[in-house]
Design a protein around this ligand. Structure first.
Ligand code: NAD
Length: 503
C-alpha cells in the first residue's frame, strides 16, 4: 500500500460506503451518465455458476446501439469538463475510487467469483488489489506526465503536449475482470479522457457494481461508464465513429476483428493485449525448486486461464528427469487443492464455463495422441467445470497442443540440448507475450532474454507483471503496452506546438 493511499483511507475515514450489491442483489443495469438505467435492447445476458452449472441470472443488460450512442453522447458532453478538472481533483476521485473498491473488496471478489469460479485467496484478492493499486498508480501520474520541449536553436521552440483523445473504451475478457478495469480505466482517466468499460458477457457483475462507487468517488456524470454486453456490444464500440480509442484485452481472433473494425470506421487508436503460448526455459544449472514452483504457479493460477501462463516448458537434458519428477509431483499436489471456490481453503477453482471446459478437455483428449501424458488429463468430479492440472511430454513442435493457446491448466514439457536450439524452439510460435529463463548464469540468462522474441521475459521467474513496467506482447500477442508511462502514451496524442522566435 502506498503512503498516499494509506493517508487517504483516513480521509475517507474507513466509513462503510452504501454499497448495495451482493450475490442476492446483483447489478444488472447499465451505468450511464452516473445513473443505473435499463438497456434499450430487449436481449439479455444469461450467467451460470461454473462450480455447478446453476443459473445465476438471465436478465443482465446487453447494451445495444442506442445504449452505446447514449453513453458516447454523455461522454462527449463530459469530456471538456473532465479534461479541465484540476489535477488534484482528478487524483482525489481516482484515489477515492481505489479506496472504495478496496473497502468492498470481498464483495467485488464474490461478485466476480460467482461466474468466474476464482477462489478469493489465490486470485480474487489479487484482482481487487490490482484494480485499486492500478487506479492509485495512475492517479500518481496525473501531474507528472508533463510532455516535452525542444530547444529553439533553429529559431523555433517546440513544445509537445500530451493531449487526451476524448471518448475512449476498454473491452475486457472474463479471466481478469477487475484487474483489467484498473489497468485500462486508470491511464484513460488520468490523462483526461472519458472512459466506457465493456466487461465480458461471462463476468459482468464486478464491473457493473462499480457504478455506485464511481458516483460516490465524485466522478462527474459521463466520465466513467459501464456497458455490459457480448461481442455484438464490443463490435458496436469498436466500429463507433465517435469513440477515439479502444484498449482491448482478449483473444487474438477478436483482436484481429477489432483492429479491422477500427480501421474501417474512424481509424480509432487500438491497443491489443492478446493470447500467448509462453515458454519457460530451464537450464541444467537452474535452481530446480525455484523453477518448478514458478512453472507450476504459472500454469495453475486462475486454473490456467491466464494470458501469460507458461504453457511450454523446456528443460535441458541434464536435469530433465529430475525436473519432470518434481513438476509432476507439484502438479498433483496442486490438484489436491481443487475445490469449491467459495471455500477459503481452495486454491484452484473450475474453468469459467461449459464452453471453456469443452475446449480445454477437447485439447486434453486430442493431446493424448500427440504426446505422452505425464499427469492429469481429465475432469475432476462430476459436476461443475473442474479439470486436473495436466502435463504432456515429448510433444512434437507442430502438434496442436504445442502451438495453440489452450487457456487451461495444461502444459507441454520437452527437453533440449543447447542454448542455440532452445532459442529457436522458444521463438517457434506466432505468439510473443512472456518467457521465462531459469539459470544461475547471468550472462546466459541475458543472452537468452535478448534473443527471445516476446514482450516480457522473466529471469528465474515467469508469468508475472508490474504496474511500474510495460506489459504486453510482440507478434500475434498484441500491439501497444499497458502499465507504466507506456499506458499513458496509449491514451494520449502528442501535439507539437511550434513557436517562431525569429518573428
Ligand atoms: P474474447 O476475445 O472472446 O473476448 C474478449 C472481449 O471481447 C469480451 O468482452 C467480448 O465480449 C468481446 N468481444 C467478443 N467478440 C467481439 C467482437 N467481434 N468485437 C468486439 N468485441 C468482442 O476473449 P476471452 O475469451 O474473453 O478471453 C480470453 C482471451 O483473452 C485469451 O486468448 C487470453 O490469452 C486473452 N487475454 C490476454 C491478456 C493479455 O493481457 N495479453 C490478458 C487476459 C486475457
Amino acid at each position: 500500500m502506498s503512503h498516499l493511499g494509506a493517508s487517504l483511507k483516513e480521509v475517507v475515514g474507513g466509513a462503510a460506503s452504501k454499497f448495495p450489491w451482493n450475490r442476492s442483489n446483483l447489478p444488472k443495469q447499465l451505468f450511464i451518465n452516473n445513473e443505473y438505467v435499463d438497456s434499450q435492447n430487449s436481449k439479455k445476458l444469461k450467467l451460470y455458476n461454473p462450480k455447478d452449472g446453476s443459473e445465476v441470472a438471465n436478465d443482465v443488460s446487453l447494451a445495444g446501439e442506442h445504449d452505446i450512442d447514449t453513453a458516447v453522447a454523455a461522454a462527449q458532453a463530459a469530456f471538456p469538463v473532465w479534461r479541465k478538472t484540476p489535477p488534484t481533483v482528478k487524483r482525489d476521485c481516482m484515489l477515492k475510487l481505489a479506496d472504495l473498491i478496496e473497502q468492498n473488496g470481498k464483495t467485488f471478489a464474490e461478485l466476480t467469483r460467482l461466474t468466474l469460479g476464482a477462489p478469493f485467496g489465490s486470485f480474487g484478492s489479487f484482482e481487487v488489489n490490482l484494480a485499486s493499486e492500478a487506479l492509485r498508480y495512475f492517479a500518481g501520474w496525473i501531474d507528472k506526465f508533463a510532455g516535452e520541449s525542444y530547444p529553439a536553436d533553429d529559431g523555433f521552440m517546440k513544445i509537445v503536449r500530451n493531449e487526451p483523445l476524448g471518448v475512449t473504451a476498454g473491452i475486457i475478457p472474463w479471466n481478469g475482470p477487475l484487474g483489467n478495469v484498473g489497468m485500462k480505466a486508470g491511464p484513460a482517466l488520468a490523462t483526461g479522457n472519458c472512459f466506457i468499460l465493456k466487461p465480458s458477457e461471462k463476468t459482468p457483475f464486478g464491473a457493473l457494481a462499480l457504478g455506485t462507487l464511481i458516483k460516490e468517488a465524485g466522478f462527474p456524470p459521463g466520465v466513467f461508464q459501464v456497458l455490459s454486453g457480448d461481442g455484438t456490444t464490443g463490435a458496436l464500440i469498436a466500429s463507433h465513429m465517435k469513440i477515439r480509442k479502444v484498449s482491448f484485452t482478449g483473444s487474438t481472433a477478436t483482436g484481429r476483428k477489432i483492429q479491422e473494425m477500427a480501421a474501417k470506421s474512424n481509424l480509432k487508436r487500438v491497443t491489443l493485449e492478446l493470447g500467448g503460448k509462453s515458454p519457460a526455459v530451464v537450464f541444467d544449472d537452474a535452481n530446480l525448486e525455484n523453477a518448478i514452483t514458478w512453472c507450476v504457479n504459472a500454469i495453475c493460477g486462475n486454473s490456467g486461464q491466464v494470458c501469460f501462463a507458461a504453457s511450454r516448458v523446456y528443460v535441458q537434458e541434464g536435469i530433465y528427469n529430475k525436473f519432470a519428477d518434481g513438476y509432476k509431483e507439484a502438479m498433483e499436489e496442486r490438484a489436491k487443492a481443487i475445490g469449491d471456490p467459495d471455500d477459503d481453503s481452495t486454491i484452484m477453482g473450475p474453468l469459467v464455463d461449459k464452453v471453456q471446459f469443452e475446449k480445454v478437455t477437447g485439447f486434453m483428449e486430442r493431446g493424448k495422441s500427440q504426446g505422452a501424458l505425464l499427469t492429469g488429463g481429465g475432469r475432476v468430479g462430476d459436476k461443475g467445470f473442474f479439470v486436473e492440472p495436466t502435463v504432456f511430454t515429448n510433444v512434437p513442435a507442430d502438434a496442436e497442443i504445442s502451438r495453440n493457446e489452450i487457456f487451461g491448466p495444461v502444459s507441454v514439457l520437452n527437453s533440449f540440448k543447447t542454448e542455440e536450439e532452445i532459442i529457436a524452439k522458444a521463438n517457434d510460435t506466432n505468439f510473443g507475450l512472456m518467457a521465462g529463463v531459469f539459470t544461475q548464469d547471468i550472462n546466459k540468462a541475458m543472452r537468452v532474454a535478448t534473443e527471445i522474441d516476446s514482450g516480457m521475459v522473466g529471469i528465474n521467474c515467469v508469468s508475472l507483471c508490474f504496474l511500474t513496467a510495460p506489459f504486453g506482447g510482440s507478434k500475434e500477442s498484441g500491439s501497444g503496452r499497458e502499465n507504466a508511462i507506456n499506458a499513458l502514451r496509449m491514451f494520449t496524442e502528442p501535439k507539437t506546438v511550434m513557436i517562431n522566435l525569429t518573428y
